[in-house]
Design a protein around this ligand. Structure first.
Ligand code: SF4
Ligand code: SF4
Length: 152
């Protein structure tokens, strides 16, 4: 939710809205009151770990798509797409709360990404990053060096 609490009434709030630690919530407060609905703005799916150039070509293809990224966390590869759910309102509230999917019903604030900083063990945003990673893991690909040739 976007409802954020101003700190102090006389001194200008130069540090921005308050975002409390989850353990500091006042009785009756909900973590989502201080969150821009982070969990409704992406989806991520585990994918097979690429082990060949053919596999990495698929990963490169994912990243040719707008807002698609790939990350590795604890050895597991994920396709992450930064895209807002069509049921999320401008006030960061779910507009289909009564009919929201089961995955949304099962999700709780207990282990959510409220304080996550989107830092992963590895994070790929461009096909070139994937190609470089693949080259480091698999070695150079014959006839397909992504670098410019050395000047002669
Ligand atoms: S469940 Fe967590 S990530 Fe989702 S809106 Fe609430 S605080 Fe934010
Ligand atoms: S259906 Fe509602 S709770 Fe689920 S992702 Fe969309 S906005 Fe969020």
């Amino acid at each position: 939710m976007a409802t954020l609490v101003e700190t102090g009434s006389e001194t200008p709030n130069v540090t921005g809205p308050r975002k409390p630690h989850r353990e500091d919530l006042a009785p009756g407060e909900v973590l989502c009151m201080y969150c821009p609905a982070k969990c409704c703005r992406y989806f991520a799916l585990p994918i097979d770990e690429p082990t060949s150039w053919k596999d990495f070509e698929y990963v490169r293809w994912y990243l040719l798509h707008d807002r698609a990224t790939v990350f590795i966390e604890d050895g597991v590869w994920y396709l992450l797409v930064h895209t807002k759910c069509k049921h999320l309102g401008d006030d960061n509230l779910c507009r289909q709360y009564e009919t929201r999917p089961q995955i949304c019903r099962d999700y709780t604030t207990k282990k959510c990404e409220y304080e996550d900083d989107w830092v992963y063990d590895h994070y790929f945003e461009t096909p070139e990053q994937v190609e470089e990673y693949a080259e480091a893991v698999l070695g150079p690909r014959k006839g397909r060096d992504i670098r410019s040739p050395r000047p002669r």
